[in-house]
Design a protein around this ligand. Sequence first.
Ligand code: KIV
Ligand code: ZN
Length: 567
Amino acid sequence: MFLVSVQSMQTGTITKYNAFKQIDLPDRTWPSRVIECAPTWASVDLRDGNQALAIPMTVDEKIEFFELLVALGFKEIEVGFPSASDTEFNFIRRLVDEQRIPDDVTVQVLVQAREHLIRRTFESLTGVKSAIIHLYNSTSPLQRRVTFNKSKDAIKEIAVEGAGLIKELVTSIPETKIRLQYSPESFSDTEVEYALEVCEAVMEIWQPSQINKIILNLPATVEVATPNVHADQIEWFCRNMKERDKAIISLHTHNDRGTGIAATELGLMAGADRVEGTLFGNGERTGNLDIVTVALNLYTQGIDPLLDLSNLASIRTSYERITGMNVHDRHPYAGDLVFTAFSGSHQDAIKKGMDIRAKESADEGALWQVPYLLIDPQDIGRDYEAIIRINSQSGKGGVAYILERDFGLDLPKPMHPQVGKVVNAAADQNSRELNSKEVYAIFKNAYVNISNPLEMSTIEREDPLKNGEVRVEAKIIYQGKQHTVTGQGNGPISAFVNALDQFGLKSFKLVDYRQHSIGSGSKTEAAAYIQIQKNDGGTHYGCGIDPNIEVAGLKALISAFNRMEKS
Ligand code: KIV
Ligand code: ZN
């Protein structure tokens, strides 16, 4: 029974918790090492991950998950704890009976160092081609005292006896290629000298060789210290063990302090060869190590992770459906929002990076260098849709990026701040995010083909004059009344400006004119942008869109004029 307590956090002198004792390793070498290749990955989704679920997976679900892991490229998969329940036992039997285990995949089975459980585990393996038998018992002072009430020697004896029985039974399934793994559970909280003593006692029994190595899995069953301490523990262990060349050192970090990934990465720098973990970090309490994140972290350092994570969204969908767990919006690489920038300055930088990238796109091997984006989202099956989203904190670059990416509108740079402000204000007013169609609609309403108070209904262009200029005659509606205006200039736009001048409407000067086409084939349209400056100083922009390039230019001019009139 738990006592209900009303006490709260201690303040001042904290007596309830102690700092973790540092490892005596002043000449540690791991801080200056670099990870150069992917470790051997071992998935424990179907065991550690499964035992952490409120509703454990059914056999069918486990089979689907197993197939997902195989498709991703896992070569070592812990398929459960076959002696723990019929479901676990039946699962491995189905894998065997239905011949679902590829030849290059080794299944791993977990077992406590207890005789009847070990025997049952061997029964589950009949007919398996290649298996890892994973023996464990807990070794930390806390577990020795509280859970087992046993001395160090007695705890070591449990490991030794279990190892002995396994050694004896290996010959009972000669058709199975067996590899052996031992975990001093709660290694992270165990005196390193004692953990090594127990592991070496197990090695003594199993007699590994350089060819048939033992897997020594050193779990951070509970994460009790900073990741550098974990790295020290691993380096200390690797340096002090007698036959390092006969062992594969494996990591198995949990995430109680939220640093399981860091602990694994530093553990690899400290000399480990193998990593156990789960997809997206599912597992007891705060979870096991998230293999997806560590693998993609390697990838972003230019290292092939040897796992196929190129369709992360579908991996995530399968994972969520089968486990009933959710991947958080901010989860590295897989979260919905992790490639999204709402903030204006970030959007500007991303747009610049993406523009440069677009120019380099012919060169697939070009270095990925887009500010704020650690990885190219497309490498893991995500598109660029989400990278810029517009809300009240967004800015000019983001809006310009969306108009270009989704609508082919390449706004002149000087226009960006004004347009950004207009869209930004609309998002602020609505107090919500705007989707890309809404951004376009706001831009269109404010800048494109604006026909009030000035509208042009027709324009006729005469043959070039002797001096090469053109003359135009246009029918316009200004403030609801029809007029015919005429003018000349070195092109239709300047001729129309001249006509407005003669009509008494020119209170501005033309500053800039640009145009480009949108789309291709019969659907091609022209977009034109005009910047005018009012005689008293204000700058106004307009955009014209029309299948005819000249008309687009005139519409842009009229839009800018109308915006000026309304300002
Ligand atoms: O976290 C742990 O210590 C384990 C062991 C059984 C390896 O899962
Ligand atoms: Zn675990």
